[in-house]
Design a protein around this ligand. Structure first.
Ligand code: SF4
Length: 290
C-alpha cells in the first residue's frame, strides 16, 4: 500500500460562483487509476510522479474530522485531480467515510466522478442536505469510452448511475468535459449524448469550453495514446494546437448546437443556474447551513 503524508485535506477556494458553488476542495487520494488518455492532472505543474498509481493520504479521515470541526461551514468539492471512486476506494472506502463526516458536521458536498461505484454511497448522500453530483460523460459510445477512459465504467453505466441518483432525490448531471477534437466532437454524438442525458433525468450538462487542454506531460501521454489507438490523428492535433494550451477550432459551432438541444429538452447548462439546484443562497452561508 502506498501512503503519502498530508497536513491538510481541505483547501479553501474563493471561486465558488465560478465552479459549482464550492467553498473547499478535498482530495483523500493522490493520483488516479482510471487512465483517461486526456487527463489534465498529468501536467508538469501538478508535479505528481507516477500519476496512474493511487496513493492514500495517511490519516486522511482524522485530519478531515479535525478540519470539519473547526472550519466555517460550506460546500466541499471532491473529484478534481483524482477520482474519489478509484480502485482503492472500493476496498478502503475513504470517500464514504468522508461523506459520513460531512453529514455529521453539516457541510455540503459536490462530487465529480466517472465511476458508478458512487451508487454504493447513496444512503449517506441522501442524508446530506446540500449535495450535487456530476458524472463525467464525454461520449455516448461505450466502445469509444473504453478506449479514451479505459479503467472506469463505460458511458451507459454512468448514464444508469445518474438516473438512479436522481430517482433517489440526489441531484445529478453531466460534466461534458473535455471534448476531444476529431474524436468526441461529432455533432451527432453531442446530440445523442444530450438525448440520453434527458432520458436518464440529467439535472444539468456542463460543457465548460467544449474543448480540451494540452500541456507538457499531458500532451506527451496523449500523443502516445493517439498513436496506439487513433493512427494519423497526432499530426492533425499538432496542426490545430501548435504549442498552445487550448484550441478553439470548432468550439463555437458545437456550443450553438449544444445550447439549442439543451434548450429543446429543458436541461440547464449555465453555471449560475446549475449552482442554484443545491445552493439557494450563495451570499448567506449561515442561512444555507442552518
Ligand atoms: S478520472 Fe479524472 S483524474 Fe482520473 S484519470 Fe480520468 S480525468 Fe484524470
Amino acid at each position: 500500500m502506498n501512503y503519502i503524508t498530508a497536513k491538510t485535506i481541505l483547501t479553501p477556494v474563493n471561486y465558488s460562483s465560478k465552479w459549482f458553488g464550492i467553498d473547499y476542495t478535498m482530495n483523500l487520494y493522490r493520483g488516479c487509476n482510471h487512465g483517461c488518455i486526456y487527463c489534465d492532472s498529468r501536467r508538469n505543474i501538478y508535479n505528481i510522479t507516477d500519476f496512474d498509481t493511487v496513493q492514500i493520504k495517511k490519516d486522511a479521515i482524522s485530519i478531515l474530522r479535525n478540519e470539519l470541526r473547526h472550519n466555517k461551514k460550506g460546500i466541499i468539492g471532491n473529484g478534481a485531480m483524482s477520482d474519489p471512486y478509484n480502485i482503492l476506494d472500493e476496498k478502503y472506502e475513504l470517500t464514504r467515510k468522508s461523506l459520513e463526516l460531512i453529514e455529521k458536521y453539516n457541510y455540503g458536498i459536490f462530487i465529480t466522478t466517472k465511476n458508478n461505484l458512487i451508487i454504493r454511497d447513496m444512503d449517506v448522500l441522501k442524508r446530506i442536505k446540500n449535495k450535487l453530483i456530476s458524472i463525467t460523460i464525454t461520449t455516448p459510445n461505450d466502445k469509444l469510452a473504453s478506449i479514451i477512459e479505459p479503467n472506469v465504467s463505460v458511458s451507459s453505466k454512468r448514464f444508469k448511475a445518474m438516473k438512479k441518483l436522481n430517482e433517489n432525490n440526489i441531484p445529478c448531471g453531466i460534466m461534458l468535459l473535455p471534448v476531444l477534437p476529431f474524436i468526441t466532437d461529432k455533432t451527432n454524438d453531442i446530440k445523442k449524448l444530450i438525448k440520453l442525458a434527458y432520458k436518464n433525468h440529467a439535472r444539468f450538462i456542463y460543457p465548460s469550453s467544449m474543448g480540451m487542454t494540452l500541456s507538457e506531460n499531458q500532451r506527451t501521454y496523449f500523443y502516445k495514446k493517439l498513436d496506439e489507438s487513433f493512427p494519423n490523428l497526432k499530426e492533425k492535433y499538432r496542426k490545430i494546437y501548435n504549442d498552445n494550451y487550448t484550441c478553439t477550432t470548432r468550439n463555437y459551432e458545437l456550443y450553438d448546437v449544444f445550447k439549442q438541444k439543451c434548450d429543446d429538452y429543458g436541461i440547464l447548462y449555465k453555471m449560475s443556474d446549475i449552482i442554484k439546484i443545491y445552493r439557494k443562497d450563495t451570499d448567506k452561508q449561515s442561512t444555507l447551513f442552518k
